[in-house]
Each structure stands twice: as structure tokens, then as C-alpha cells.
Design a binder for this molecule. Sequence first.
Ligand SMILES: N[C@@H](CCC(=O)N[C@@H](CS)C(=O)NCC(=O)O)C(=O)O
Length: 223
Amino acid sequence: MITVHHLNNSRSQRILWLLEELGLPYEIKRYQRDAKTMLAPPELRAVHPLGKSPVISDGELTLAESGAIVEYLASRYGNGNLIPKANTPEYLRYVYWMHFAEGSAMSPLLLKLVFDRIESGPMPFFIRPVARGIAQRAKNWIVLPNVERILNFLEAELGRSAWFAGAEFSAADVQMSFPLEISVVRAGLNESRPRLWAFLKTIHARPAYQRALEKGGKYDFVR
Ligand SMILES: N[C@@H](CCC(=O)N[C@@H](CS)C(=O)NCC(=O)O)C(=O)O
């Protein structure tokens, strides 16, 4: 039996979705973020030293890092369905997006979260203008231009094919779902990028996605 160590409002939601797409039985071990810090509880460190979610266990195997988990589940249990055939252009695109999601898309979104928090978080009044100034400069200098460029790029890429790797739905679409969902709540992604918007509406309507939402519990990143 596969166990998903599932943190509320987190990347582990897409693992539940993938497991539903694959029609695999699994159990969920739930962890709650600290309401104030939003960090994972220390119990997750007993599962994996970094204490982040997702982590899965499958028999003797314990595996962290959502890209690795998605790759493992799709290749081990997908019967060739969610990964394009090797040595095809689609396969290369699949590999690209599998890496892009965490390697490129998430970094500016995480920086945006950090600088937003610095701007609005509690601090002594005499430090506030300085902290705000630094946060705003960092956002204008590097964070917002990168988010903008990435979203424009993704919007253009979905003009090439219905799904990220090509004409067929693949595990790369599952991996790419999280940065796009986060972009809606954190970076103003909306109908003005119609292909990305339609992508999100389409994946959210999939029965497997809906089942994963029911099983995973509250997830604030579906708008
Ligand atoms: N690149 C890792 C990122 C893992 C990660 O940062 N997970 C977040 C949830 S979305 C987490 O556990 N945050 C809580 C914490 O850092 O304490 C992956 O894709 O699995």
C-alpha cells in the first residue's frame, strides 16, 4: 500500500491527484501546517530529514521531492500511459516540464511569498519603512519580472499543444499544475492568459482531480 504524507494546502495535493489518475489504492497520513508560520509540523522530519511534503512510502521505499514521486509513480504504475514514448519530441518536452515546475517556475513564486510576508508582517514601526522598501525593490528588480516572463512563456507554450508535453495528457501536466495554481493566488494569473486559465479549469474538472480534492481535505489553491 502506498502512503502519502500529506500536508494541507501543499504540493502533496498533486500526488493525490496523480494516484487518482492512476487508479491506485493509497492511504493518506495527514499533517497540518502551523497556522502562524505555515511551516510543516516536526513529525514530518521523522519521515524525511527535510520535513517537507510530499513524501510517499511504498513498501520499503520512502521517496521525497514531488518531481521524483510523480516520475516514480507514473513509470512504475502508469502502464506507459502518462509518459510519452522514449526518443520522441514529446518525451523531451515531458522531461523539460517535469524539471521546469520546481526548477524554474516555483523559485520566483516562493520569493514573492517571502517578500510579501516581509512587507506585511509584524515588526517594530521604525523598521517597517526600510523593510518595505527593500522588499519592494527586490520584487520590482527580480521577482515580478521573472514571474511575468514565465507566465507569458507558459501561455505561449500552451499554444503549441493542448497539454504541456503534446497532444496527450501526461504526468508533466500534473507536475505543472501546482505552480499554475499558486500563480493564481500569488501572482494574479487570471482569464487574461486564456490558455493557462483554460488549462486550470480543464484539470480541475477531471473526475480524478475532484476525487483527490475530496480525499485531501481543504485546499485553497483551486479558484
Ligand atoms: N521541491 C520540493 C518542495 C517541497 C516543499 O517545499 N513543500 C512544502 C509544501 S508545498 C512544505 O513542505 N512546506 C512546509 C515547510 O517548509 O515547513 C518538492 O517539490 O517536493
